[in-house]
Design a binder for this molecule. Structure first.
Ligand code: TNX
Length: 563
């Protein structure tokens, strides 16, 4: 946006012709001159700033054809028109909600059988177009905007792209004067991988529903389509289970560091699931078994190998707890818990953890995992487990989440040969709880430091030796929360690395280019600032000057890197 020009009465011709007879003190402009200067300033402020380039999108689109002769400005009277289909109309309503606060425009939503932009935005469901389950085409012309897709999900992603092509002020929660210019041309876009996710550990520290909804918004913006919730761990059990009420009655009242903990009621969980679904995001619930179960053992000592309740745990060690694999009651418990969680979860996945159960070894461990896998299959869900479950027998559709750090894992590669598919979360690239640099005030470093380049510079298709790209379902960025206690902490670790992982999941490998990514990412700083979102001012990103950046963190929070 232009700055207000300085006024110099000595050189400004308007200053030589005062229109009133009352002489003004030397050097002071008269009212008419001031009015003309103000008019010029207003005109400059309203003059179309150069719109963003059509290529300035994260994740990078598959194909971009800019046409600057087709630049368009969203007018105050624009209408959003969508195919008469409930899911398409829901996307149209979502778009209107995204654009109304900053523009202050009414943006009414209507439906029709053949939507046409006609000075507005058209969302067109067209199953004959070959855009796949998630693809879209975005056409910006002097007539308006058309998003075409075969599914409402595709329309939703087209809308996210459109949002990024508007000026950063579109993120303002209150109306601002802005020229809502869009760059002309066409984007055709489909994702590289079907699974693109992030994980939030709500067990080590509990986070309110509102915080989770905010995380979902960050995911949606970058076209991620899965939110993995790590719902249970040693330090707390976070999801209500009616048949085992003490899991939350007793097991949810603790967290790392001795805070009060908390849990989601079934209504809370449903709210998260439906908020995510409205943003085309599937929730993947994880009940971590057989280890990471101290909170369950505190609530129900009968599940413990020695049948004695352990003390509640609020530290950060791992690997000491486990449910008794030799007791049938354990499997009743698991069937009940997974049954209730499956019933609450419309998505196809059920994550059974399986990591770091150091005290359950060999055939006892694989036998346990195989039995739990069968319980999941019996509930009609697809099992996901951390890659430690690899040695267990294969089950159709089984998915392993790989979190290793050196790209070599013959056991996992062998499970893939037996039919398993992979979600890649390499600890040294995708773990959002790793520090950016030694000064990052929260986070870990056991898998190394992960700056933005490290998060971006790897290829999910070739990362794991002897695993072909076809076996890779996608990527996920986990955020463990031993040291994370607030939404601001979450955002500090998420941004700007989440967009890097999102780009690896979405964009064709041919678009991979650190310099290009760095520049595209830089443009998101002002957007996050406008939206009041905390982010790490990573020094390797050429952030533009952000004059009105709001307070990045609340007082008494530990981070100082963002302010
Ligand atoms: C390893 S990765 C864990 C978690 C910790 C995390 C901390 C995995 C499956 N297990 O229990 O929270 O490291 O980075």
């Amino acid at each position: 946006m232009s700055t207000i020009p300085s006024f110099d009465p000595a050189t400004d011709p308007a200053a030589a012709t005062p229109t009133t007879g009352v002489p003004l003190p030397a050097g002071e402009p008269d009212a008419a001159t001031l009015a003309r200067a103000a008019e010029r300033t207003a005109a400059e402020l309203l003059a179309p700033p150069a719109p963003h380039r059509l290529t300035d999108v994260v994740p990078a689109p598959q194909q971009v054809q800019p046409d600057p002769t087709e630049d368009w400005v969203l007018p105050a009277e624009a209408v959003i028109v969508a195919t008469a289909d409930p899911a398409a109309l829901a996307v149209a309503a979502h778009l209107a909600e995204l654009l109304r606060p900053a523009t202050g425009y009414p943006l009414p939503v209507t439906d029709t059988t053949t939507p046409d932009p006609a000075d507005g935005i058209a969302l067109v469901l067209d199953q004959t177009d070959d855009l796949g389950a998630e693809g879209y085409r975005l056409d910006i012309t002097t007539n308006g905007v058309r998003v075409t897709a075969g599914t409402a999900t595709g329309l939703f992603y087209g809308v996210q792209t459109l949002r990024q092509l508007l000026p950063p002020a579109i993120e303002s929660p209150v109306p601002v004067t802005e020229h809502w210019a869009l760059p002309g041309g066409t984007i055709t876009d489909t994702p590289r991988f079907p699974y693109r996710g992030a994980m939030l550990d709500v067990a080590r520290h509990f986070f309110a529903v509102e915080d989770v909804l905010r995380v979902i918004e960050h995911l949606a913006r970058y076209k991620l389509n899965h939110l993995h919730l790590h719902l249970t761990d040693d330090q707390g059990w976070r999801i209500a289970v009616d048949s085992w009420p003490k899991l939350t009655g007793v097991g949810a009242t603790t967290e790392v560091g001795g805070g009060p903990g908390g849990h989601y009621t079934k209504a809370d969980y449903r709210r998260i699931v439906s908020y995510a679904a409205a943003r085309h995001i599937t929730v993947v619930p994880e009940i971590d078994l057989p280890g990471h179960t101290n909170s369950a053992l505190v609530a129900y000592p009968e599940l413990a190998p020695d049948k004695i309740a352990p003390p509640p745990y609020t530290g950060t060690e791992v690997g000491f707890s486990y449910v008794d694999p030799a007791d049938e009651r354990t499997y009743d418990f698991i069937a009940d818990v997974l049954g209730e969680v499956a019933a609450l979860t419309p998505g196809p996945w059920l994550h059974i953890g399986g990591d770091e159960a150091f005290k359950v070894k060999g055939e006892v461990y694989t036998g346990f995992v195989e039995r739990v896998q069968r319980i999941v299959a019996g509930l009609g869900k697809t099992v996901v487990g951390w890659h430690q479950v690899a040695p267990a027998g294969h089950l159709d559709g089984r998915v392993l989440q790989w979190w290793g750090t050196n790209g070599e894992d013959p056991t996992t590669a062998d499970a893939v040969r037996r039919g398993a598919r992979l979600i890649l979360s390499p600890g040294n690239h995708a773990y959002l709880d790793m520090k950016y640099d030694p000064d990052t005030p929260i986070g870990h470093d056991w898998a190394g430091l992960i700056d933005v380049r490290k998060a971006y510079d790897w290829d999910p298709g070739t990362h794991l030796t002897d695993v072909p790209a076809e076996a890779v379902l996608g990527v996920e960025a986990p955020l463990w929360t031993e040291s994370v206690t607030s939404l601001a902490d979450i955002e500090l670790l998420l941004l700007p690395r989440l967009p890097a992982i999102a780009e690896l999941g979405w964009s064709p490998r041919a678009t991979h280019d650190w310099a290009g990514f760095r520049d595209r990412l830089a443009a998101h700083g002002p957007r996050w600032a406008r939206a009041g979102t905390t982010f790490h001012r990573a020094p390797e990103i050429p952030w533009p000057a952000i004059p009105t950046i709001p307070e990045q963190r609340q007082p008494n929070q530990s981070d100082t890197k963002t302010s």
